[in-house]
Ligand binder design. Structure first.
Ligand code: OXD
Ligand code: MN
Length: 595
């Protein structure tokens, strides 16, 4: 078989995978518009992609009902020693895992084409970017990778010139026997799904799922799990963070990176439009930040992705108008409902619900139906460049200098609207103990408190205790050029269960206070948990919140915080002797401040 690839390592890997998986064909992707169009045409002809009359060049896909989300229980960090994967990751020894998966991969692409997808995470040629090559037997993966990553002949030229790459092997795990009819979303049963990472070899093997982060391997697998392990080795950071630029009325720019667990409004904040007159917010990324110290000694961030793979339900002109405007054309929708006039629909969209639609399983749906019309994890895949507020510098190879880190979660009680860490080490403590109440998007009972350090629990490619240490080391290295660290909670409720803070564009008031703290202009008051805005320091011009509600939003109740301590201790105890001493000391100091 002639493989049009000059890079020796890549050619050898393609041969090896082809021998194992036995595809009918091999196709090396070039990322062109023609390639995208011809693949979409084929998917449309077979009924797999449904063209949408109301949105130009946009298509709806429906997954198998068993294959609708990331499968954390089948996701492995396979380090030679179990200890190195840590208590937050599933682990199988590399030899054993490779043996199981090699058995599954044998002949798994029979009857299918094997696509070779060369891609760059980050702008092609940026010193922070990395090259990956995904081999996949899913045309749905190819078209999504076209949007979510940079697939191009430029990447192949770099590979031909000898550039190194991260091999990402993916199969849906559904070989076709001769004459066998294909299903519209072939995949393997749950017990055969494996999403495996070999961080010491920079290698990803995924089998059995065609959905999202299980299959688009540039995203969670490469840009977070493998990249976090590389970043630790190489002295940089790969984080589950949005990146935005805020510009003050005077024209001063601030760059903010924020980490929140799922369902806490990350995409909404990334595209937020400030309610405060004269302030401007631009989006650089909505999910992942890669950051390296620049020649100026500051931390510079790039968004390694090229598109948004966002949760559709709940997205509306009210919650995120900029996302809605991003979705007008050139979008892939997955597991949304189809309206009778050829548009998509999901729960929480503006306007009336349709009187009839086809639900995500392809069945008739009316408002009287029992299930949702769109799956709660229905997604849009959209080019980031289409976002009306994408920052002009979002593809700058050197990235943008980060001024502010934000951590947060969803807490109906206890945690105030905003506070600042006393210093970097205390900020790392805040990130390490970050917690959020579970929502319908998480497993387990709704409303349970779950510690999700740095929003990285499902995405850290090594021992979480070592990850905390890496954050401390980065702070030591950055010194007085480190970003300032804040913690926010947009979700505090009154005793009657009403949200106390309006959120969305009003969050600009909180961001403004942070910027003024960076400039040394805003006043703060010291409390046991950190530095809160002093009375009157938060700009409330044009927003009425009663004095009582404001007080509750900012309340630091020693008793409730003291009640959190056992849970924090238990959380820290999971990391054993890999918990940095500096963090156990932080906890002790916190306890003392609460007395
Ligand atoms: C995502 C996630 O899809 O964090 O971004 O689950
Ligand atoms: Mn995410």
């Amino acid at each position: 078989m002639n493989i049009p690839v000059k890079n020796d390592k890549l050619r050898a890997w393609i041969r090896e995978v082809a021998d194992l998986c036995q595809p009918d064909d091999i196709y090396v992707c070039n990322g062109s518009q023609e390639e995208y169009t011809s693949m979409i045409m084929k998917l449309t002809e077979t009924g797999i992609a449904i063209p949408l009359k109301k949105r130009r060049n946009s298509y709806l896909f429906r997954s198998d009902p068993s294959d609708v989300a990331r499968v954390e229980d089948r996701t492995y960090i396979s380090t030679p020693s179990r200890d190195d994967a840590g208590p937050t990751n599933h682990w199988i020894a590399p030899g054993e895992l490779k043996k199981i998966m090699t058995g599954l991969y044998r002949g798994c692409m029979k009857g299918r084409t094997m696509y070779v997808i060369p891609f760059s995470m980050g702008p092609v040629g940026s010193p922070i970017s990395k090259i990956g090559v995904e081999i996949s037997d899913s045309p749905y993966v190819v078209v999504n990778m076209h949007i979510m990553t940079r697939v191009s002949t430029g990447v192949m030229e770099m590979l031909d010139g000898g550039a190194d790459f991260i091999p990402c092997l993916h199969s849906i795990g559904a070989p076709l026997e001769q004459g066998q009819k294909d299903s519209s979303w072939p995949c393997a049963p749950l017990e055969k799904k494996y999403i495996s990472h070999f961080p010491e070899e920079n290698l990803i093997w995924s089998y059995g799922s065609g959905y999202g982060g299980n299959a688009l391997l540039g995203k969670k697998c490469l840009a977070l799990r493998i990249a976090s392990a590389m970043a630790r080795r190489e002295g940089w950071m790969a984080e589950h963070m949005l990146i935005l630029r805020l510009t003050s009325p005077e024209g001063k720019q601030y760059h903010i990176a924020a980490a929140f667990p799922s369902a806490c409004g990350k995409t909404n904040l990334a595209m937020m439009q400030p309610s405060l007159p004269g302030w401007k917010c631009e989006c650089i990324g909505d999910d992942i930040a890669w950051m390296k110290a620049g020649p100026d000694g500051r931390l510079h961030a790039i968004n390694p992705e090229n598109g948004f793979f966002g949760v559709a339900p709940g997205t509306s002109y009210k919650t995120n108008p900029m996302a809605m405007d991003t979705l007008k054309e050139n979008v892939i929708f997955t597991n949304c409902a189809l309206t009778d006039d050829g548009d998509i629909w999901w729960e929480g969209m503006d306007g009336d619900e349709p009187s009839h639609a086809i639900d995500w399983k392809g069945r008739d749906w009316t408002p009287q139906s029992t299930g949702e019309a769109a799956h709660p994890n229905a997604r849009f895949t959209a080019p980031a460049s289409q976002c009306p507020v994408i920052c002009g510098d979002w593809e700058k190879p050197e990235g943008v200098p980060i001024d502010i880190f934000i951590f947060g979660g969803r807490r109906s009680t206890v945690v105030p609207l905003v506070y600042e860490a006393f210093n970097w080490e205390h900020g790392v403590f805040l990130g390490a103990t970050a917690a959020s109440e579970t929502t319908a998007a998480n497993i387990g009972a709704v409303g349970n408190l779950r510690r999700d350090p740095f929003a990285m629990t499902p995405f850290c490619g090594y021992h979480m205790g070592d990850y905390f240490q890496h954050w401390l080391d980065m702070g030591d290295r950055l010194g007085d050029r480190s970003p300032r660290i804040f913690y926010v909670n947009w979700f505090r409720k009154s005793d009657e269960g009403k949200f106390l803070w309006p959120g969305f564009s009003e969050n600009s008031r909180v961001l403004k206070w942070m910027c003024e703290r960076v400039d040394g202009r805003a006043r703060a008051q010291e409390t046991p948990i950190g530095l809160l805005p002093a009375k009157g320091a938060l700009d409330m011009t044009g927003l009425y919140i009663s004095a009582d509600d404001m007080e509750e939003l900012m309340r630091v109740d020693r008793q409730s915080w003291t009640e959190e301590i056992p849970d924090m201790e238990q959380h820290f105890s999971r990391f054993g002797d890999r918990l940095p001493v500096r963090l156990s000391r932080q906890l002790e100091e916190f306890k003392k401040r609460l007395k």
